[in-house]
Write a protein that binds this ligand. Structure first.
Ligand code: HEM
Length: 139
C-alpha cells in the first residue's frame, strides 16, 4: 500500500527504467502475493472438484468467479480471477482497517459518543452485548 501511494503521486515512472531497493522489495512482495493467490485458487479448484454442488451454489467470491461462465460458456481466465482477488484484497482490507482504527480513535477522544454507541448497542441487543462477551470469555 505505501508503494502504491508513492507511485500514484510519482511525477515520473522511474521504476520502469531503474529499480531502487524499495522497488525491488515491492517486486518480491508482489511475487509472494501472486503465489498466495495462485495457491488459494488451486485450493478452491480442488474443493469444487470434490464438491460438485458448489458449481450451482458457490459459497464465496472466489468460488463464484471459478464457476462463472460467460454467455458462450467460457470461464474467466486465470489472470482475470487472480486480478479480481487481488483487487478485493487491496480494496477491502486497508480501507476497512483504517476506518475501524479511526472509529476506535474517535470513540476514545469523544467518550460521550462512545456512551451513546454503547446505549444504542444495549438497546438493540437488550444489554446482551456484555452477557454475550462475558459468555464468550467464559468458554
Ligand atoms: C470502509 C471500507 C471501504 C471504503 C471507505 C471504501 C471506499 C471505496 C471507494 C471510495 C471506492 C471508489 C474508488 C474510485 O472509484 O476511485 C471504492 C471502490 C471499490 N471498493 Fe471499496 N471501500 C471499502 C471497503 C471495501 C471492501 C470491504 C471491498 C471488498 C471486499 C471493496 C471493494 C471495492 C471495489 C472492488 C471497488 C472498485 C469498484 C469499481 O470500480 O467498480 N471496498 N471503495
Amino acid at each position: 500500500m505505501p508503494m502504491l501511494n508513492r507511485r500514484i503521486y510519482a511525477s515520473f515512472p522511474y521504476w520502469r527504467y531503474i529499480k531502487l531497493p524499495a522497488d525491488r522489495a515491492l517486486d518480491k512482495a508482489l511475487a509472494q502475493l501472486y503465489q498466495f493467490v495462485a495457491a488459494l485458487i488451486s485450493q478452491h479448484r480442488a474443493r469444487i472438484l470434490h464438491n460438485p454442488q458448489i458449481e450451482t451454489k458457490p459459497s464465496n467470491f472466489l468460488e463464484a468467479l471459478l464457476v462463472a461462465r460467460t454467455d458462450d460458456g467460457k470461464t474467466f481466465t486465470e489472470e482475470e480471477i487472480s486480478g479480481s482477488i487481488l483487487t478485493m484484497l487491496l480494496a477491502g482490507e486497508d480501507t476497512t482497517a483504517n476506518t475501524m482504527s479511526w472509529m476506535a480513535h474517535f470513540m476514545s477522544v469523544h467518550p460521550e459518543t462512545q456512551a451513546g454507541m454503547q446505549q444504542e448497542a444495549d438497546l438493540v441487543l437488550g444489554g446482551g452485548l456484555d452477557r454475550a462477551l462475558i459468555g464468550a470469555q467464559a468458554q
